[in-house]
Design a protein around this ligand. Structure first.
Ligand code: ADP
Length: 551
């Protein structure tokens, strides 16, 4: 027997429709690529998104067609999120930081029919355009006055395109399982794989994002996603913003400390979200310039582990609460968020930060479990660690075009490739990506823990730990460090700093200093590249402890 409630489908277009009615005058603010700060309201965004759907129809785009974006966080990108999905086409966000081979592969694999791009990315697309046979036109996201000279054949102007429409349009009532957007994982091994979201998964995820124990976004907030809209849908913030009608602030192409600070400050931003690298730049800028952000209540850190020093700098030096979150493209992306419970109020400060270092509690809709190498389910005791598996309505079921074949196990769980612990309250803590785990003398060393400790050293800007082969212990850790600007650290200094902070047998066998670390297109340190770079590196003899278990 079915329930007798309305079967209204969960649709992305309804999120913006709602915002345009009840938050019609709430602002969306963009640092435009043309230069000036651009402001308009949800009512304006709604009208223009509908015009965009009309223009897409005029260009012959139909339901299920893939329409790509290569763009920064701007109001036009926001309109594409709603205008493309709203009419039943698929908004394919492309990461412009990908290697051109990957970019070409992705566009061809998705068979994108149109590419919307910021003027900044015209040269990027010009270089590969002749290898993109499915692309019928390139729409440059600017007005006629700022249209760049381009060798792209069939280059259209965004403002001309939507300027020709009247907005008298109704978004169709699609089935909620209809595909809405597509995002490829950066594919550290093999080709990138497409995660194809649906209207249903996106709307449910948006509700999950807004919940008080998640990000607690409300109509009273001013939210600045630094996380790019080309990376896992900017963690779902654009959709969640429309769902609750908060002010949305988009930083355009300026993601440096001063640029982000200015937007956070001038737009009275209350919440912001991004990866640790961005926060390092912001904190550095604020420290050097003696700046504060009195309106900012909360910084959401995810994508890579948030180090203790970063959490403490925000909370102790600036009075800004940190929320540590975990997720992946395959989980829409939010899987867990580290909001504390009432019982944690009484904890001493240090222990509270210990909890915040964890990647947070799994969201209600995202079940989590950990398994050992034989597939045995491990206890949630905060100690046992194994591969993290997840399940839920906004978790991937299979990749686009079935790449990689069956990806769920027999019980329907998705393996994340992260190794973690789970405690009885549901707090999950990642120790490593499974391929980055360092196996030493039959025990595991967490590269993330070591990195987090060492970046607290004032002379360290960035650090990575990788495992190198060792004749006796299988692997031993090598610490690779980028020194802070104008600083010179020594191996002894850094190992001395780590002594007492980590188990003795975890101490890296050696420290290598480099000018910069390799990063992936999503801003994470590329351990794969680093391992290749250091493949022939010789660890000094006798550095490893007599017994790895001796601590
Ligand atoms: P990509 O895999 O394309 O680089 P994703 O955003 O999908 O981009 O990456 C997901 C992975 O990022 C997770 O599986 C995890 O390894 C890592 N990650 C995300 N958030 C955190 C976090 N808070 N702490 C540690 N690692 C994280």
């Amino acid at each position: 027997m079915y329930g007798l409630m309305m079967n209204s489908p969960l649709l992305i277009s309804d999120l913006l429709r709602y915002a345009s009615v009840y938050h019609h005058d709430t602002e969306l603010v963009t640092r435009s690529l043309e230069g000036p700060i651009h402001r308009y309201t949800y009512a304006d965004a709604h009208l223009r998104s509908k015009k965009l759907s009309q223009a897409l129809q005029r260009l012959g785009i139909g339901q299920g067609d893939r329409v790509a974006t290569v763009a920064w966080n701007t109001y036009r990108h926001f309109e594409l999120y709603f205008g493309i999905s709203g009419m039943g086409a698929i908004c394919h966000t492309i990461n412009p930081r990908l290697f051109t081979e990957q970019l070409t592969y992705i566009v061809n694999h998705a068979e994108d029919r149109l590419i919307f791009l910021d003027p900044t990315f015209v040269p990027l697309l010009e270089a590969v355009a002749d290898r993109l046979p499915t692309v019928e036109a390139f729409v440059v996201m600017t007005d006629r006055q700022h249209m760049p000279e381009t060798a792209l054949t069939n280059a259209l102007c965004y403002e001309d395109l939507i300027g020709a429409e009247d907005g008298d349009y109704q978004w169709p009532e699609l089935e909620e399982a209809t595909a809405s957007s597509l995002c490829y994982t950066s594919g550290t091994t093999g080709n990138p794989k497409g995660v194809l979201y649906s209207h249903r998964s996106t709307v449910l995820h948006s509700y999950g994002v807004c919940m008080v124990d998640t990000l607690a976004i409300s109509a009273r907030d001013s939210f600045l996603p630094v996380v790019p809209m080309f990376h896992a849908n900017a963690w779902g913030v654009p959709y969640a913003a429309a769902l609750c009608g908060c002010k949305l602030v988009m930083p355009g192409a300026r993601l440096d400390g001063a640029g982000v600070y200015e937007m956070l400050h001038d737009e009275q931003v209350t919440q912001t979200a991004g990866v640790p690298t961005v926060w390092l730049m912001l904190l550095d800028y604020m420290r050097k310039e003696g700046k504060t952000l009195p309106a900012l209540e909360k910084v959401i850190i995810g994508g890579s582990a948030a180090p203790r020093s970063m959490i403490e700098a925000f909370q102790n030096d600036h009075g800004i609460e940190v929320l540590h979150a975990w997720g992946m493209t395959e989980t829409s992306p939010l899987g867990s968020v580290g909001s504390l419970k009432r019982k944690h109020d009484a904890l001493p400060q240090k222990q509270k930060v210990d909890l915040q270092l964890k990647q947070g509690r799994g969201l209600a809709a995202v079940q989590m479990r950990i398994i050992d190498e034989d597939g045995k389910v491990l206890p949630h005791d905060g100690k046992a660690f194994g591969e993290l598996q997840v399940k839920g309505p906004w978790v991937v079921r299979e990749y686009y075009k079935q790449e990689g074949g069956e990806i769920l196990d027999e019980e329907g769980w998705f393996s994340t490739g992260d190794v973690s612990t789970l405690d009885p309250d549901g707090f999950m803590q990642i120790t490593d990506r499974s391929k980055d785990v360092i196996k030493s003398g039959g025990e595991w060393i967490s590269s993330i823990d070591l990195e987090n400790e060492v970046v607290a050293h004032p002379k360290v800007a960035e650090a990575a730990v990788i495992g190198l082969p060792h004749p006796k212990w299988t692997e031993r850790p090598l610490l690779v460090v980028v020194a802070a600007e104008g600083e010179k650290a020594t191996k002894e200094e850094l190992l001395g700093f780590l002594r007492g902070r980590v188990a003795k047998w975890w101490l890296p066998d050696d420290v290598a200093f480099v000018d910069e670390l390799p990063h992936t297109a999503t801003g994470k340190i590329s351990k794969l590249t680093l391992r290749t770079q250091f493949a022939d590196y010789q660890l000094p003899e006798g550095a490893a402890p007599a017994s790895p278990k001796e601590s």
